[in-house]
Ligand binder design. Structure first.
Ligand code: GAL
Length: 704
């Protein structure tokens, strides 16, 4: 039963505005507690508390202080308001010139100014309308700050789209038919966020004043506060092949052998629902009939460097060994005929955790956590009840993230890193080693998702499933090769990478290219762990609001292209500090490339390129560019570490660790520090309880 705690806002006649009282909790991070005692189903008022790791305190404390972004805002201070039945409203000041990003995982546009969105956990239905795999109540401003409304309630956001009657600077009234300048949009001086019941914590994250990439740095503080990011195991950066749902143990052996025959690298085989004794609902138990020797199968695969990943959903079948133990801790409704564990109940989480620890100890490397994202008939209804007191609607907001946390903890207890797939997550989950995927298959949306996931501290995977032409096949592989996981998900198609014999060589070279850039990707993840910088992110995250804008105005006089255009780019993205990817569309041989201010080099030819150009790309050409002054670590075919030095001079730090354990969190890693000028490089190696695992070192220099 939910207790009836008094709503302090109402006590204070909260139709009145109550100024939010922010306290500094870390340099550049503030929190205001709103109606903190209000009950939201017995679990408190924080969404992230359900699954968040501890903030990276040491890191955060070492960051420079930052100015509070709402000081001196023209419209006044941040405030909250409650008008009884309408719930709680949080109003956050907004300047007219600001550009806002975020509000969950989006696939079409990046900027969310003037959007009105009701954020709900859902599979993506083809529109950026708030129903999203990551309904994170979080946004970032190009003024260099970010805001999180930390509540498990679904939040509605009005991103400067609703003008209040008491506005200090209301937009002018303009006669639509007689005057110039009328617009259907009337910009407001607040972002307003509302939710039905209870309190929340409002967090503000700011970049330091001299930041050149204020959006990125504000988002980085949010990620560090979330306890993230993470560094995946090295095997996770190889090729993943998900086999058909009908596959049995022998098919899996045959699949591994076929990759060898075709001389294609393979790192992970993913089993789809068919590995279990029951599917839809699931048993999460091995089907001994079709996988009679799953332990030796996994050992055989491991001896070839191949890991096994298992598909799951958490609607538990009566046939499952989990059914009896977990049954007392399940909700009021079934999904696909299975009972639904109450993830607000420590007992249910413990039962699931023990089961996963067993699967992991037998050799499983990770899981694909499916179908935790539906908002419709494929999930329980909003009004479903759970023994812990959580309501169905809250359960939906936390389900994917709590499952990730449960599994990550199980692997942690074995001292092994995992890397998995999931269809739902939420704010503050940057520490959880998972990537989001779904059932859509639009190439441009997959591409934009790869970049935009950074605005919720998450990763998105543009998987390959099928293609109708060789060109489409190659282009999709190229995009996937430049993403957090290179994966062919053949659960329905049964396709293999060599599906089109005429381009088998091309696909092989893309897979090998992926192997060769693994050290660069690994270093991008290190930046996420150490500094909170999203490893895959849109161009605007680094360039909006920074040094290349003058006085808040976009400056397009110094560059041969418009920076304004650069900020809206949705089909290119940054990888780590120094790489920029611009995948080519499946129906095209040419594309336009826009590169940010400064020097850029072609990754392959090492030649300097213009900042804006259009050209043709052969199927095995992957548009990838390197920032001038950078050192990019790659793996040579002979196992040597090839350091690609771009520009006349520069420097770089190459990180390495054992790639499997949590030694890196205890400070066990190595750094190679490189400095180069005029075609010569010097380096030093620093080992912190770990010797660099690469073979010889080789330098390659750009040609200017
Ligand atoms: C879908 C999932 C697919 C595949 C399928 C198996 O929900 O998105 O990738 O795993 O289930 O039934």
């Amino acid at each position: 039963m939910r207790s009836k705690t008094k709503h302090p806002c109402r006590e204070n006649n909260m139709n009145e505005k109550t100024i939010l009282q922010f306290e500094r909790i870390f340099p550049g991070i503030w929190r205001a507690r709103v109606c903190a005692n209000t009950d939201t189903g017995g679990m408190g008022t924080s969404l992230t508390a359900f699954y968040k790791h501890e903030p990276r305190t040491e890191k955060l404390d070492s960051l420079p202080e930052a100015g509070f972004p709402f000081d001196g805002a023209p419209g006044g201070e941040a405030f909250c308001q409650s008008d009884g039945d309408a719930g709680t409203v949080i109003c956050l000041p907004l300047r007219l010139s600001e550009r806002l990003y975020g509000l969950g995982l989006n696939y079409q546009r990046l900027c969310v100014n003037y959007a009105a969105r009701q954020l709900r956990c859902d599979h993506y239905g083809g529109q950026d309308n708030g129903r999203t795999h990551i309904p994170a109540p979080f946004y970032v401003s190009d003024r260099g700050y970010a805001v999180l409304i930390d509540t498990p309630e679904p939040v509605s956001f009005y991103m400067g789209s609703s003008v209040r009657r008491d506005a200090v600077n209301p937009p002018p009234e303009i006669h639509r038919f007689r005057e110039k300048g009328w617009s259907a949009v009337t910009p407001a001086e607040y972002v307003e966020a509302s939710f039905a019941a209870g309190g929340c914590d409002v967090y503000v994250f700011a970049a330091s004043k001299d930041s050149k990439s204020p959006m990125r740095d504000a988002a980085a503080r949010y990620n560090l506060w979330s306890g993230g990011g993470f560094i995946p195991p090295k095997w996770g950066l190889g090729m993943w092949q998900r086999v058909s749902g009908y596959a049995d143990g022998e098919d899996v052996r045959a699949e591994a052998a076929a990759f060898e025959e075709h001389d294609m690298p393979l790192s992970v085989i993913g089993l789809e629902p068919g590995w279990q004794t029951a599917a839809y609902p699931s048993s999460l138990d091995w089907d001994e009939k079709h996988f009679p020797d799953h332990k030796s199968l996994m050992a055989e695969l491991a001896s070839k460097g191949i890991r096994l990943n298992l598909w799951e959903n958490f609607f538990i079948s009566e046939k499952s060994t989990l059914y009896d133990p977990v049954s007392p801790y399940c909700g009021s409704h079934k999904v696909w005929n299975g009972i639904v564990p109450d993830l607000g109940s420590p007992e249910a989480v413990e039962i699931l955790s023990r089961h996963h620890k067993k699967l992991a100890a037998e050799g499983v490397s990770g899981f694909k956590v499916d179908e935790c994202d539906g908002f419709d008939g494929w999930l329980w209804p909003d009004h479903a009840s759970f023994p812990s007191g959580l309501r169905g609607i809250t359960m939906r907001a936390i389900y994917g993230a709590v499952l990730q946390r449960m599994q990550d903890d199980a692997f942690r207890s074995l001292g092994r890193r995992t890397y998995g797939l999931v269809r739902a997550s939420n704010a503050g989950a940057a520490h959880l080693p998972y990537v989001i995927y779904n059932d859509c298959y639009s190439f441009p949306q997959f591409l934009t998702g790869t970049a935009s996931a950074a605005f919720c501290g998450a990763l998105w995977v543009p998987e390959v499933r099928d293609a109708s032409t060789p060109r489409e096949w190659a282009r999709r592989f190229a995009l996937s090769a430049l993403s957090p996981i290179l994966m062919l998900n053949a659960w329905a198609s049964g396709a293999k990478p060599w599906k089109f014999p005429e381009i088998e060589d091309t696909i092989r070279s893309i897979l090998r290219f992926r192997q060769s850039i693994a050290p660069a990707l690994y270093n991008a993840f290190r930046g996420w762990y150490e500094e909170g910088i999203p490893p895959f992110r849109p161009l605007c995250m680094d360039w909006a609001g920074g040094a290349s804008e003058k006085g808040g105005e976009l400056d397009d006089t110094e560059n041969p292209y418009s920076l304004g255009e650069l900020l809206d780019v949705t089909d290119e993205y940054l990888i780590g500090r120094d790489l920029l990817a611009a995948p080519v569309a499946p129906d095209s041989d040419t594309r336009r490339i826009i590169l940010p201010p400064g020097e850029w080099y072609d990754f392959f030819t090492m030649e300097r390129v213009e900042n804006s150009f259009t050209r043709e790309f052969a199927l095995d050409e992957i548009p990838l560019y390197v920032r001038g002054g950078a050192v990019v670590p790659t793996l040579g075919e002979d196992g040597a570490l090839v350091l690609r030095c771009c520009g006349r001079e520069g420097e770089g730090i190459i990180y390495d660790d054992d790639g499997e354990s949590f030694g890196y969190e205890r400070g066990e890693y190595s750094l190679i520090k490189v400095i180069f000028a005029d075609g010569r490089a010097d380096y030093t190696v620093e080992s912190h309880g770990y010797e660099p695992g690469y073979g010889d070192l080789r330098f390659v220099f750009s040609r200017d």
